[in-house]
Ligand binder design. Structure first.
Ligand code: VGL
Ligand code: ZN
Length: 220
């Protein structure tokens, strides 16, 4: 069983709340089962005072984004195409910039975030991770700037929660490990688009060097 990190330095830790937007919740365009059940416990964690530093990501696509099935005639949501040499899942139109369902869920106290990364704003490139876009036409994964921001703050430990466990949380966690941060996923404060693959996902993240913690172990 995972435990609260032995050394939890409030000054060097940040909670990153990933994509807690209505489009990823039941009734939204790309609903994640039980996504809405995370709102109250994430709010509680944000208000607990355990974390001094709070950040968020927001999926923020321009209309007609390349990741939308609607931008690829003849394709349907969840089709997989090749884009710049990598697999791209095509999604329903979701989290379109400025639409109500792209806002933070009203139960998330967004005024507490000291930094908010709006991602997937490049019309031609998808972005799951808080740290880097997916691959672009030149084969690069351009950084969002968050790594440098967090290093400048003296952050050593990143705690991730939110949606979706198997996409934006996963990619953020792997990039955080690659950037040299100790990386913790608050597993019970995440949910997957494809929960049938959760066991394998957890094993793969563990192998990658991600640590897992349950919220009640943090807040006890
Ligand atoms: C996400 C699919 C497409 C996520 C965002 O937040 O995990 N998944 N865009
Ligand atoms: Zn998206």
């Amino acid at each position: 069983m995972s435990m609260r990190p032995a050394i939890f330095d409030k000054n060097r830790s940040i909670l990153i709340v990933v994509d807690m937007q209505p489009d990823f919740m039941p009734g939204g365009a790309l609903p994640v089962a039980e996504g809405d059940t995370l709102v109250a416990p994430i709010r509680e964690l944000m208000e607990s005072g355990l974390f001094r530093h709070l950040a968020a990501t927001q999926d923020w696509h321009p209309p007609g984004h390349i990741s939308f099935a609607s931008s690829h005639p003849g394709h349907a949501p969840l089709d997989v195409i090749e884009l710049y040499g990598h697999e791209q899942i095509l999604w329903p139109d979701h989290c379109v910039q400025g639409t109500p369902n792209a806002d933070f869920h009203p139960g998330i106290p967004a005024e507490k975030f000291r930094v908010i990364v709006r991602k997937a704003t490049d019309p031609k490139v998808d972005s799951y991770s808080a740290f880097r876009n997916n691959w672009d036409s030149t084969g690069q994964r351009p950084p969002t700037g968050l790594t440098g921001y967090l290093r400048d703050l003296g952050i050593t430990d990143i705690f991730l929660c939110g949606l979706a466990r198997d996409f934006c949380v996963r990619w953020s966690a792997e990039d955080a490990v690659d950037a040299g941060f100790r990386t913790h996923v608050i597993w019970d404060l995440t949910r997957s688009v494809f929960p049938e693959n959760d066991e394998r996902l957890r094993r793969e993240l563990e192998q990658y060097g991600v640590e897992f913690v349950a919220v009640e172990q943090l807040c006890r």
